[in-house]
Write a protein that binds this ligand. Structure first.
Ligand code: CP
Length: 312
């Protein structure tokens, strides 16, 4: 296996299917009385989080611990970053402590790539979300969740709905789901479509009601108001009316269609509480699957004999 996981674009179909199959084995451990494996005993995983996170940070920690690795959690808040320390010096400090894998979330797009190719660290680097760029393990856990509900994803229609402009989840999902044979449609207001989206190879639409009845999966995205400068257009009320998933819209879905959200979600904005808590919603399952998928990623990266400086 290769050394880093930086982008969903680096995953071939064979790579991605290996992660999903390994994740299925990891998930089966949850039914055993003893959920831990000794696979990464003596290895050290550092969670390096420069941006806030609930699901990703906790699930990487749980994943590493279930594989018996030692885990060091680093959060920018409360660290020497506030005194002006650079990414390089933070990385050299981790290297001095013997990290085998660094899981990094950073507000700057490309920060994990910089770390992986800098020569500052010799560990595997896993992108846990960089700016508005990518979140490959989220895409893997989303694909795993779809795969468990729908089987093979060839020809399956996935609608990704909302603030695509600021969403690293949308980009990683669009890349990975197409690798796995799915057809992706991005649905968003014209003001929240990224420049150059044509290069993603997906369909785009402004009309949620036209897309929903054909979808096998509906993935709702949060509006990332914290990344918007100069206000938010359309207004929250108008956004919910045109792009929110509520009970009326849910009734137009096919019987087998599942509703997903990567979290964190804002109930009442992009999704109503009754839809988020409905039988169609697999949002909590996504979180459970996230641990299994991240176990698979850490296991495949760290148990490999390959030392080549390439990405997974
Ligand atoms: N989906 C996701 O990345 O959630 P967190 O920001 O809570 O990690």
């Amino acid at each position: 296996m290769k050394r880093h996981l930086l982008s969903a674009a680096d995953l071939s179909r064979t790579d991605a299917e290996l992660v999903l199959e390994t994740a299925a084995e990891m998930l089966a451990l949850a039914d055993r009385p003893i959920k831990k494996l000794p696979a990464l005993r003596g290895r050290t995983v550092v969670n390096l989080f420069f941006e806030d996170s609930t699901r990703t940070r906790i699930s990487f920690e749980a994943a590493a611990k279930r594989l018996s690795a030692d885990v060091i959690n680093f959060a920018a808040k409360g660290s020497s970053i506030s005194k002006g320390e650079s990414l390089k010096d933070t990385a050299l400090t981790l290297e001095a402590m013997g990290a085998d894998a660094v899981v990094i979330r950073h507000g700057a797009s490309g920060a994990p790539h910089r770390l992986a190719h800098s020569g500052w660290v010799h560990s595997s680097v896993v992108n846990a979300g960089d700016g508005t760029h990518e979140h490959p393990t989220q895409a893997l856990l989303d694909a795993f969740t779809m795969w468990r509900h729908l089987g093979n994803l060839d020809g399956r229609r996935v609608a990704i709905v909302g603030d695509v402009l600021h969403s690293r989840v949308a980009r990683s999902n669009a890349l990975l789901l197409q690798t796995l044979g799915a057809e992706v449609t991005l649905v968003s207001p014209p003001t929240l479509v990224p420049v150059g989206v044509e290069a993603w190879g997906v369909e785009t639409s402004y009309d949620l009601d036209a897309v929903l009845p054909k979808a096998d999966v509906v993935m709702m995205l949060r509006v990332q108001r914290e990344r918007m400068q100069g206000g938010f257009f359309p207004t929250p009320r108008e956004y919910s009316r045109r792009y929110g998933l509520d009970a009326r819209r849910m009734a137009t879905l096919q019987d087998h269609t599942i509703v997903m959200h990567p979290g964190p979600m804002v109930r009442g904005m992009e999704i109503t509480a009754d839809v988020a808590d409905s039988d169609r919603s697999v949002i909590v399952e996504q979180v459970t699957n996230g641990v299994a998928v991240r176990m698979a990623v850490l296991y495949l990266l760290l148990s490999s004999d390959s030392q080549e400086d390439t990405s997974l």
